[in-house]
Design a protein around this ligand. Structure first.
Ligand code: A2P
Ligand code: 11C
Length: 344
């Protein structure tokens, strides 16, 4: 079978990466439709040497489409995914619109591919900072059990979209020119106040919610439990934006059930784990960095060490390209997995 594919949000930070990844998709693509807002009609993108026009997204856009990759914001998913599903497409949605809906599978192919079988037309792609963390934790959890996770993130600006990236560049220029940086988007487009991200670190991603946590932090907490299928894992998060363009970094503290686990045991599990690249040799200053992760689909793990006081506690540094494994690659990988499992 050959597949008709659509990207909704094809002009966005994630949509552009989806387009690039589909060039080398493992499944045959019969046609590709690039959808965005009315503003982008007339723009042109290249796919496999052919020029494709951007079209406006409407309810009629999905006739004959088999796979619709959505990444244009939650509101757009809510507005157009029903029409896409009705037209017979499988929707793979990179927004938070349906992630916590009990009817919707929330899938990271390395962790819970079997959940794909329960789909009702829409599969949710988790938040970028959640994805890379669970890819690193799942092999450890399978072998040694997982009791608790405390994560602090160092998140790149591209997670907030192309306009936020432009803001970072303009602010950096301004500061270097001795001018006052202008903030209009970050920490969060939907909040009242804005602060410069250039030469700064902002302890707010998305708006504040219950208990003094932001939505980004709640996403990491709730999505991890759903993906791992275990409501009892204790998870807490602090999410911070730093002036890096792409590549999210995370300091992850975790406690395993087994009290006799060593760092060497964790290395053993992670060195062959799917989607993981172990980069942990501190004697030679080998550890993952955001800059090096850019453009790669893997999740990089290093700095694994035992907690000083807690026998079953460990720390690690987890890095991945937030636009790839954190978004576009996980979505394309879900499509590939569904085809491999005979679901599409
Ligand atoms: P457009 O470029 O036409 O505004 P990012 O996350 O990088 O900010 O990208 C957001 C994506 O969502 C863009 O591709 C954007 O398209 C798309 N988008 C925004 N509003 C709509 C809409 N009303 N219908 C379809 N796509 C939309
Ligand atoms: C960020 N994690 O880095 C966010 C972006 O729920 O899909 C992704 C938001 C989401 O800003």
């Amino acid at each position: 079978k050959e597949y008709n594919v659509a990207i909704v949000g094809a002009t966005g930070a994630v949509g552009e990466k989806m387009l690039g990844l589909l060039e080398n998709a493992s499944f045959p693509i019969k046609s590709l439709k690039l959808l965005a807002s009315k503003r982008s009609v007339g723009k042109v993108k290249t796919f496999r040497g052919q020029e494709l026009q951007i079209e406006e997204t409407t309810d009629d856009s999905f006739e004959g489409i088999d796979i619709a990759l959505f990444s244009a914001g939650g509101g757009i998913t809510k507005q157009f995914s029903p029409a896409a599903i009705k037209a017979g497409a499988i929707v793979i949605d990179n927004t938070s619109a349906f992630r916590m809906d009990p009817e919707t599978p929330l899938v990271v192919p390395e962790v819970n591919p079997e959940d794909l079988r329960k789909h009702k037309g829409l599969i949710a792609n988790p938040n970028c900072s959640t994805i890379q963390m669970v890819v690193a934790l799942q092999p450890i959890r399978e072998k040694f059990g997982l009791d608790r996770v405390i994560v602090s993130t160092y998140q790149a600006v591209s997670g907030a979209g192309l306009h936020a990236l432009e803001e970072l560049k303009a602010q950096t220029q301004a500061v270097l020119n001795g001018e006052e940086p202008v903030a209009k988007i970050l920490p969060c487009g939907g909040d009242k106040k804005h602060f410069p991200i250039a030469f700064n670190a902002l302890p707010q991603i998305d708006v504040f919610s219950e208990g003094g946590y932001t939505y980004e932090e709640w996403k990491m907490i709730n999505e991890t439990k759903k993906i791992m299928g275990d409501q009892d894992i204790k998870v807490s998060a602090t999410c911070v934006r730093i002036p890096v363009m792409s590549g999210h970094s995370e300091s992850v503290y975790f406690e395993v059930d087994d009290k006799n686990v060593s760092v060497a045991d964790i290395w053993e599990v992670l060195k062959d784990a799917p989607g993981v690249v172990l980069q942990d040799d501190t004697a030679n200053q080998v550890y993952p960095t955001a800059r090096e992760s850019v453009g790669k689909n893997d999740t990089f793990v290093g700095r694994i060490r035992k907690d000083v006081d807690v026998d079953n506690g460990f720390h690690m540094w987890v890095v991945s390209d937030n636009l790839l494994k954190g978004a576009a690659w996980n979505s394309v990988q879900i499509a590939e997995k569904m085809i491999e499992m005979g679901l599409l």
